[in-house]
Design a binder for this molecule. Structure first.
Ligand code: STX
Length: 321
């Protein structure tokens, strides 16, 4: 089993102003002459941390990590104005041009897979390869499954806390009910809703409930960005057309991809990955037999690092062994 690469510090960090309102945190690590790879984080609103750069061999990769609008160290924190899928795709173009890169590899899990796929379908000529984990197609059935009726039946104990937070009269549309509280004037109500929303996701992310993951999702700063930004995207159908990603799968033609998905992923069920893989002949699918959703699951981490090592061989056969 492969483990994360050792901790490493960025050799450069940047603040990129991408609109009158939003400023992004961007960092570069590894080998500046290596294969450029961008880490696309989940949520939306999840942000990055020190582990984000550790999926890539720093001798072979030029590692780019950034926090999407309102997430992590980007500012304003948890901001919803001018925050949508198309703006995030555009921001990735701003980052790519700022770093003077012709093409790059995308590495994204969960919402990071969604955004990577939308980016690749918009700018296929800019994408060398995709390494994706915990595919999230953001179809109606995917949102219904996790936030309304589905995952509730596998984790009824954790569901109770998420469900009870909303009065009965509003429970027919849980995403809308949370969105009202997360965007309301009452700060205490916003914080309470953020914690209940985020905890639900944290508790379901791993095969066995992991206290470190639950702690991270309970952190008020983390929970506020994750919950507000997710609910904002989801009430807007993630700013995508119905089944947009599958319907545009032909645009991925010729882009090599590795998909890693846990068989017991309850946040984003495995059929997200099989549906994508069927329509994208250039992809390989690895189903991890004893894993849920999170990148930190041992089998998922192992498969992701194998995937980036394979891609390093593909793009630098003379250097990688
Ligand atoms: N959200 C799925 C997602 O993108 C519904 C996701 N799940 N966990 C994460 O993101 C983080 C660990 C990045 C917060």
């Amino acid at each position: 089993m492969l483990l994360l690469f050792p901790e490493l510090k960025p050799y450069a960090t940047h603040r990129l102003k991408v609109s009158a309102l939003h400023e992004l945190h961007v960092e570069e690590a590894g080998n500046p002459a290596g294969i450029p790879v961008v880490f696309v984080h989940g949520g939306p609103g999840g942000g990055t941390d020190g582990s984000s750069r550790r999926y890539f061999d720093p001798d072979f990769y030029h590692i780019i990590v950034f926090d999407q609008r309102g997430a992590g160290r980007s500012t304003p924190h948890a901001e919803l104005e001018e925050n949508n899928t198309q703006a995030l795709v555009q921001d990735m173009e701003v980052i790519r041009e700022f770093l003077q890169l012709d093409k790059w590899m995308l590495f994204g899990g969960s919402w990071g897979s969604t955004l990577s796929l939308v980016y690749a379908q918009t700018h296929p000529e800019r994408v060398m390869a995709l390494v994706l984990r915990g595919i999230f197609l953001c179809r109606d059935i995917d949102l219904q499954w996790f936030y309304q009726d589905g995952a509730s039946r596998l984790f009824p104990d954790f569901w109770d806390n998420y469900y009870q937070h909303i009065p009965e009269a509003e429970r027919h549309d849980m995403i809308a009910a949370y969105h009202r509280r997360l965007t309301g004037a009452d700060e205490i109500a916003r914080m309470g809703a953020a914690k209940a929303w985020s905890l639900w996701e944290g508790c379901c992310s791993t095969l066995r409930t992991n206290p470190h993951v639950v702690d991270r999702f309970s952190d008020p700063h983390f929970a506020m960005a994750l919950a507000r930004i997710e609910a904002h995207y989801f009430v807007n159908n993630t700013f995508l057309e119905k089944d947009q990603i599958l319907n545009n799968a032909d645009k991925l033609h010729g882009i090599p991809g590795i998909i890693v998905h846990g068989r017991y992923d309850v946040v984003c069920p495995l059929d997200n990955a099989t549906a994508l893989h069927k329509r994208w002949p250039d992809s390989e699918l690895y189903i991890i037999r004893d894993a849920g959703h999170a990148a930190s699951e041992p089998g998922i981490t192992d498969a992701l690092i194998k995937a980036t090592n394979e891609m390093a061989k593909l793009f630098r056969p003379e250097r990688a062994s």
